[in-house]
Design a protein around this ligand. Structure first.
Ligand code: ZN
Length: 80
């Protein structure tokens, strides 16, 4: 019955793989709003900007942006 104890161990390890779940708000990325009020990683979609603002996942504070795409776009802009 070694396989059973092995499965139990796998389950325990899976649980440990989600340390972020203790803070439910952190699962949502914060997006950066540009001067036009658009989400920078989706700057051609006004609906995305509206959604982000309504859901409180958009910020003008660059330091609190967690969206990787937004950072990529900011990096590209900086490089131009
Ligand atoms: Zn984004």
């Amino acid at each position: 019955m070694l396989s059973i104890s092995g499965e139990a161990q796998n389950l325990a390890e899976e649980k440990n793989m989600n340390p972020k779940s203790k803070d439910k708000r952190s699962k949502r990325d914060l997006h950066f709003l540009n001067d036009d009020g658009m989400v920078i990683c989706n700057h051609r979609d006004p609906e995305a900007a509206h959604r982000a603002e309504v859901e409180g996942i958009a910020t003008e504070n660059i330091a609190s942006v967690t969206c990787k795409k937004c950072w990529e776009f900011m990096g590209k802009k900086r490089g131009v």
